[in-house]
Design a protein around this ligand. Structure first.
Ligand code: SF4
Length: 445
């Protein structure tokens, strides 16, 4: 342990993994800033480095271990946290010199380890020192992830998140809303609601009512979405499952309070595969539900992810999957080839699919989805849409419409008079002139 006290100390931070891990990083970094640590962007400027790891699939594990090794080589003092932290033995076997290892959501333990190994002598005064009121954010200033719960009560056979992050634990609704309010007051124009299962929000707290802005708010998906919809920002819902109660948010979308966008990880279309995956809502008639939602909210954009090559997936199952995406006409789709995750129940399933078949199915899937996506985007041509500007350069602006979440969906390229003087985080109206497989092209109105 380092026993010499410094007046201030600098912490390097590497954040790997999904938006949920990013939010964990933001919390740890906010606390470190409140404690008086300086955050720096390079290994050489840092007195210590925190690596927030991902352990979801084997390639993410490998990347995390590699990053820890890099941080040890470049800096030498490394604290490890995050999802891979639940496999402490693996980390210590590969890198015996790491100073401390903690699992996901162990914010206090991480900050405690930093304090232990790089103590500082002048206690920081959060009232006088500078931390942005919205906390430290790793996303650009105009959008932010809003994590509403931790953990998950499901037992999908390919997933080890419940064993890493525990059972569903919903944050109090008033706490979530105060955070959202602070973010919006500080310039955030788009709130991305994330969790492992947004439609399950509040089940564990028995939907305990909270008080916000002097009024009661029920802690369920509808109550939260309606309250968020009253803020002056786009509200985008991620990780929703197609349960019947999701129907209740359609009026909020129709009335413009919440973006007409749902991110629903369907993962497959064949009932047999969904059952083997032990997916939530696998018995719901999803196509019927989608048709009903679209009749109520014609603009609704649906995003989803799928897995091909799950153990036991037959040619017939795969045909059903193709028929499903053809019929569902989803707007945005990601597809992954199944890969085993150490510790997941699916590893014990019989009939693994050969890699060549997985690749062939993935190719066929992507080809079909590309046609669907191209066709879906054509319907915007000639229409005027409100977009949010993400970047501006000498040619014009790069923006997103309600149908595009940052990082994972398409873009709207804006050209024409005034497009180069738009500012990042600004909403503007554009006319869609063209489209391709994934993106839209527009001119300023
Ligand atoms: S819903 Fe399934 S895939 Fe998602 S976190 Fe829970 S167990 Fe994992």
């Amino acid at each position: 342990m380092n026993s010499s006290f410094a007046a201030s100390a600098r912490v390097g931070f590497v954040s790997l993994g999904c938006p949920k891990a990013l939010v964990d990083s933001e919390r740890i970094m906010t606390q470190l800033r409140l404690d008086g640590y300086e955050l720096v962007a390079s290994y050489e400027d840092a007195d210590i480095v925190v690596v927030n790891t991902c352990g979801f699939i084997d390639s993410a594990k490998a990347e995390s271990l590699e990053t820890i090794g890099e941080a040890l080589n470049e800096n030498g003092k490394v604290i490890v946290t995050g999802c891979l932290g639940v496999h402490e033995d693996d980390i210590r076997r590969a890198h015996p010199n790491v100073l401390s290892v903690t699992g996901p959501q162990q914010y206090e333990a991480v900050v405690g380890a930093v304090r232990e190994h790089v103590p500082i002598d002048t206690p920081h005064d959060p009232l006088t020192d500078l931390v942005p009121p919205q906390g430290v954010k790793l996303t650009p200033r105009h959008y932010a992830y809003l994590k509403i719960s931790e953990g998950c009560n499901h037992k999908c056979s390919f997933c080890i998140i419940p064993s890493m992050r525990g059972r569903l634990a919903s944050r109090p609704v008033d706490e979530v809303l105060r955070e959202a309010e602070r973010l919006v007051a500080n310039g955030v124009r788009e709130l991305l609601v994330i969790s492992q299962d947004t439609s399950a929000y509040g089940i564990d707290t028995k939907y305990r009512t909270g008080f916000w802005q002097g009024r009661p708010v029920k802690a369920d998906m509808l109550g939260l979405a309606a309250a968020l919809g009253s803020l002056d920002a786009w509200v985008r819902l991620h990780y929703v499952y197609p349960y019947p109660h999701v129907d209740n948010v359609m009026p909020l979308m129709r009335d413009g309070l919440v973006l007409p966008y749902l991110d629903i990880p369907f993962q497959h279309g064949s009932p047999q595969v969904l059952k083997a995956m032990r997916r939530p809502a696998h018995a719901e008639n999803v196509l019927e539900r989608i048709a009903r939602w679209r009749s109520e909210v014609p603009e609704l954009a649906l995003r989803s992810t799928f897995i091909v090559g799950f153990p036991g997936e037959t040619d017939h199952d795969f045909e059903i999957l193709l028929d499903f995406i053809d019929a569902a006409e989803l707007d945005r789709v990601g597809c992954f080839q199944y890969s085993p995750v150490a510790g997941a129940a699916a590893n014990d399933l019989p009939d693994p699919i050969p890699d060549a078949d997985k690749q062939a199915r993935w190719d066929a899937f992507m080809q079909l989805q590309q046609q669907i996506s191209t066709h879906r985007l054509e319907r915007y041509r000639g229409r005027t849409l409100e977009v949010l500007v993400d970047a501006v350069d000498a040619d014009g602006a790069v923006a997103r419409s309600y149908a595009d979440a940052p990082e994972i969906d398409g873009l709207v390229y804006v050209r024409g008079p005034g497009s180069t003087s738009l500012t990042v985080g600004e909403f503007c109206a554009v006319t869609i002139s063209d489209s391709d497989e994934y993106d839209l092209f527009a001119t300023t109105v």
